[in-house]
Write a protein that binds this ligand. Structure first.
Ligand SMILES: Cc1ncc(COP(=O)(O)O)c(C=O)c1O
Length: 375
């Protein structure tokens, strides 16, 4: 067995391209002194990124949260919005910042995404949209969700922060719904230090997003509405251009790690992991495991601490549920008994370390701890 790592191993570590390559871009920025305001790198990045992802209209943002807040503004969403409690807290915060009431609906037990079978019961005359999350990179049941949206005249905005590069039957997952948002936070497989994007499907919406992202300015003297400042700057955009050259390499490395985890943990009673979905090109950014305490002989938190004692810092994504945080827990839809699948998942999950530069010896080490830890 490999020795305990001398350094802490965290759930993720940002991937960085060769610094010399980035320096070339920095030199240009120093020469031109164009730092922001839709500069040349910003424009080039939007184009190259849209091509890479296989989408038509993409607008880059300062981060994913501002992209989501702006996406809701772009479609003038108000009233109530149906969403999942099993996500990063920013998903619901973006609703709150828009004065929208979140209505939590439970997830399905196979891939932990919003359960379409439970959505209709939560629709009221005030419902205007659905904000599902492709959690851990697993696409939601996009067809069933669209059918409900079409029946009730609702918009669909996907939080696709976890699905950079994911495809369904060869088509980008970002092409579903009315809008999708991405995050390029340091913890994501594709990072621009911080960053994000909105993907839309027509030029009119793209223009509205463009204006909203820059204080509402349509031209020097025309402000179309209360926009915000959420533009990506030239340094972030340049970094994104360099990262694009390496992203495929990052994804391949993450797939290798996923395969090792899956093979190593297969058959360990009490540990469940998610497998590939047929027809989906995954990008393997997360490796959540779910501990069944009765079968494994230890609770999730005991396993979490066991790993920690060996310098392995998994994360309990997503625990607590968003619906349990003080801002949201008094909402009628936040009641635990209405969210049994999400509540169980939150009590069982640990996301294991996964990132391109994670040494494979540590992956084997983590598997050993988990195998030996069963009582
Ligand atoms: C599901 C989800 N939504 C939204 C965000 C917010 O993105 P950002 O950190 O880029 O603002 C994140 C992660 O950070 C996320 O995981």
């Amino acid at each position: 067995m490999t020795e305990k790592p001398s350094e802490p191993i965290y759930v993720t570590q940002p991937s960085m391209p060769p610094q010399e390559e980035f320096n070339e871009y920095l030199k240009k920025i120093w020469n031109t002194k164009v730092l922001t305001n839709h500069g040349p790198f910003h424009q080039q990045f939007e184009k190259e990124l849209a091509d890479y992802l296989g989408v038509r209209y993409l607008s880059v943002f300062v981060n994913g949260t501002m992209a989501l807040i702006t996406a809701l503004q772009a479609l003038r969403i108000t009233g109530e919005v149906i969403t999942t409690p099993f996500s990063f807290v920013a998903t619901t915060h973006a609703l709150w910042w828009n004065n929208i009431k979140p209505v939590f609906v439970d997830i399905e037990p196979d891939h932990f995404t919003l359960d379409p079978a439970k959505i209709e019961a939560s629709i009221t005359p005030n419902t205007t949209a659905i904000v599902p999350v492709h959690v851990y990179g697993n696409p939601c049941n996009v067809e069933a969700i669209q059918k409900i949206a079409d029946t009730y005249g609702l918009k669909v905005i996907y939080d696709a922060a976890h699905t950079f590069g994911v495809k369904v039957n060869g088509n980008s997952v970002l092409n579903f719904g009315d809008l999708s948002i991405l995050s390029f936070h340091a913890t994501k497989v594709f990072n621009t230090f911080e960053g994000g994007a909105i993907v839309c499907h027509d030029e009119k919406t793209r223009r509205r997003i463009y204006f909203l992202r820059n204080f509402g300015f349509a031209d020097e003297v025309t402000v179309i509405g209360p926009g915000i400042n959420a533009k990506m700057n030239e340094v972030q955009s340049a970094f994104g251009l360099v990262q694009l050259k390496y992203i495929d390499e990052y994804i391949i490395k993450q797939r290798t790690i996923t395969e090792i985890y899956r093979a190593g943990l297969a058959g360990v009673e009490g540990i469940r992991y998610i497998t590939d979905i047929e027809g989906v090109d995954h990008t393997y950014s997360y490796f959540p495991i779910f501990i069944n305490a009765e079968q494994y002989g230890r609770s999730r938190d005991e396993v979490y601490n066991l790993l920690k004692e060996s310098n392995i810092f998994g994360r309990r994504y997503f625990y607590p549920l968003i619906s349990q945080f003080p801002t949201y827990r008094s909402l009628p839809s936040a009641k635990t008994e209405l969210l049994p699948v999400a509540t169980k998942a939150a009590s069982q999950v640990i996301c294991l370390p996964i990132y391109p530069d994670l040494k494979l010896e540590y992956v084997y080490f983590i598997i050993e701890i988990l195998k030996k830890g069963r009582k």
